[in-house]
Design a protein around this ligand. Structure first.
Ligand SMILES: *[C@@H]1O[C@H](CO)[C@@H](O)[C@H](O)[C@H]1NC(C)=O
Ligand SMILES: *[C@@H]1O[C@H](CO)[C@@H](O)[C@H](O)[C@H]1NC(C)=O
Ligand SMILES: *[C@@H]1O[C@H](CO)[C@@H](O)[C@H](O)[C@H]1NC(C)=O
Length: 296
């Protein structure tokens, strides 16, 4: 991934530096390898989970000494299996109603509390839980928003004390109809269940039509169940009710089976075949020796 920084209308004489936005307005952290992007292009040659973040750049000249303002923010979301920390969303889905409570927390294997929830919304700022724009409260390591609004739509993730970002998740807050879909990628072979929920009825479950990438895939059901999920099921899903309206779209990603299993599988096949090969080789060898003896 290459991020490109330019000074509008001026191409020579600038040195560029690169930062990630830690939180709030103007809390930037200079990237330790910022000098790599001094020519204006900052390239992440092998994107890893830890490169998730919101980036800004700035330029300067030596003579005369001029510093530009910071650039606009540019988010970079890197997702993949087994991040070192998980963003826990409660209720556990990516779409939420307006005017309800929404809790977020970060959980790692050691149960450490060194993680904080951050978000990036249309405001273009990285906000922490106590931000006035977010109006949430931190209790322990959980950030709770007791009254959601559509302005809470954005990307949420976990940030370590040193400023590394992991597990970005798109969260959509919408009034009316929402799609209930899993927060985490679905593993190939698993079952995927989708429901359509309506804010103003109890129970909220709607009998609705389900769409994938714009085409109707199932009509008039209260839930859609896809068993034995494969990579082809990856896509944008939404649901629609003739009177109540339609939900926002959610991307559902499908990951392959954990590669360790296939490595073990290959290893066990090799080990199973080994004795047979060995016996065959020994027999062929003996056979030749016997022939040799007979010829003598
Ligand atoms: C660059 O400058 C031109 C001319 O002043 C202006 O029209 C354009 O909007 C500027 N672009 C940005 C990204 O600021
Ligand atoms: C969130 O959704 C937007 C629009 O679909 C997409 O460009 C972005 O990559 C998504 N971010 C994450 C973390 O999935
Ligand atoms: C559901 O879809 C099928 C085929 O696409 C159509 O024949 C049927 O009328 C639809 N049912 C309803 C209730 O819309």
């Amino acid at each position: 991934v290459t991020l490109i920084c330019e000074v509008n209308g001026s191409s020579t004489g600038w040195t560029f530096s690169w930062y990630t936005v830690v939180s709030g307005n103007g809390h930037y952290q200079l990237l330790s390898d910022s000098s790599r992007g001094a020519g204006g292009n900052y390239t992440v040659s092998s994107a890893a989970l830890k490169h998730t973040g919101v980036y800004v750049c700035r330029a300067e000249t030596d003579t005369p000494v001029i510093y530009t303002t910071f650039s606009n923010t540019q988010p970079l979301w890197v997702t993949g299996v087994s991040p070192p920390v998980s963003l826990i969303i409660s209720p556990s889905r990516t779409q939420h109603f307006t005017s309800v409570s929404l809790s977020l927390s970060c959980k790692d294997q050691r149960n450490s509390d060194g993680w904080r929830v951050r978000r990036y919304t249309d405001s273009g700022q990285v906000e922490d839980c106590s931000s006035s724009l977010w109006s949430s409260q931190t209790r322990g390591s959980t950030c709770t928003n007791s009254y959601t609004s559509t302005a809470d739509t954005g990307v949420y993730w976990c940030q370590s004390e040193s400023g590394e970002n992991y597990h970005p998740v798109n969260i959509t807050v919408h009034s009316g109809v929402i799609l209930e879909s899993p927060v985490h990628p679905v593993t190939e072979g698993d079952t995927l269940t989708l429901r359509c929920l309506y804010q103003f009825t109890t129970p909220p479950n709607l009998r609705a039509d389900f769409y994938k990438d714009g085409s109707l895939i199932q009509n008039q059901t209260t839930e859609m169940i896809i068993s034995n999920v494969s990579k082809s099921h990856e896509g944008f899903y939404y649901c629609k009710h003739p009177e109540r309206g339609e939900s926002p779209k959610s991307w559902i990603s499908v990951t392959g089976e954990i590669s360790q299993i296939s490595v073990l599988h290959t290893l066990s096949s090799v080990l199973t075949v080994c004795p047979y090969l060995l016996v065959t080789v020994v027999l062929i060898f003996k056979c030749y020796r016997m022939r040799g003896k007979i010829a003598d």
